[in-house]
Design a protein around this ligand. Structure first.
Ligand code: URA
Length: 268
């Protein structure tokens, strides 16, 4: 017998699915903000930690199909001022996925995430635990990198050539891009997600805490029918360039990731 709650869940799930496919945009997520808040962020190891039940899997889209659906995206204002849409780079079946905030000046020109000074530091951080955005052997060391928003958020969008013209995405910009990020996550199916900086963590996690309070704590993350996936927030590499004394914290976080990876892959 289907209980009333199960019946309601099925109806909600169907409605969400139809809406996501109809709009592919923010409206879908606005409706879920309330339900998202009900999901608690509980550190790994806590007796309270709850692993959400995975809903029935729908066939994930491929990364190529999601990119095609984004097209020359103008769903939010960022699409009007960006030069290149920055989709993502790396292993389409990565074990580790890293999610930053949004493209900056260099990324806007090259069409690849994290290719500026913060990106160079990110590459070194990855290398320190044996990971890379370049194809490497074994495959689980080859990561995927993307951002919450796919277009460069600028303080002054009328002047895209200005330097230091970056800003964090607005909630409506993140909300508009989020369904595409969720599809990317679903397509890749990572075992681990690392969020880089406050913006990425706060977009994905229902928390009111600042980045200092949540970094380095594993979370069993789930959103709609994506997950549960083990997620660890850490500082943004650009923040490390400004505050080098935070590097030791990121190193601690990376060691936690490395330890989990080695549990899964003890021989390599
Ligand atoms: N900062 C980000 O968050 N993402 C990038 O791709 C580059 C800089």
């Amino acid at each position: 017998m289907t209980t009333r709650k199960e019946f309601n869940d099925i109806v909600h799930g169907l409605r969400d699915y139809l809406e996501l496919h109809r709009t592919g945009t923010a409206g879908h997520w606005m409706k879920h903000e309330r339900r998202k808040k009900e999901q608690k962020v509980v550190p790994s190891g806590s007796p309270e930690r709850s692993v959400p039940v995975r809903k029935a899997e729908k066939t994930p889209m491929t990364l190529e199909a999601i990119r095609e659906e984004l097209g020359e995206c103008r769903r939010c204002a960022l699409g009007k001022s960006r030069i290149k849409l920055v989709y993502g780079v790396g292993n389409p079946k990565a074990c580790v996925m890293l999610i930053g905030e949004g493209p900056g000046y260099q990324e806007d020109r090259q069409g690849e995430p994290f290719v500026g000074p913060a990106g160079k530091l990110l590459d070194k951080i990855l290398e320190s635990i044996g990971l890379s955005r370049q194809k490497v052997d074994p495959d689980w060391k080859w990561v995927y990198i993307t951002n919450i928003v796919k277009c460069h958020p600028m303080t002054d969008p009328t002047n895209p050539d200005a330097r230091g013209n970056d800003r964090p995405p607005l909630p409506e910009e993140s909300d508009t891009c989020l369904p595409f990020l969720l599809r990317q996550i679903k397509a890749i199916g990572p075992t681990f997600i690392v969020t880089l900086g406050a913006s990425a963590a706060k977009t994905l996690l229902p928390t009111t805490q600042g980045i200092m309070g949540i970094r380095g704590k594993w979370v069993d993350w789930t959103r709609e029918d994506v997950g549960p996936i083990r997620l660890i927030p850490t500082y943004h590499p650009a923040a490390l360039l400004r505050n080098p004394n935070w590097k030791k914290d990121v190193w601690e976080d990376m060691k936690k990731l490395r330890d989990e990876l080695h549990k899964l892959h003890p021989s390599s």
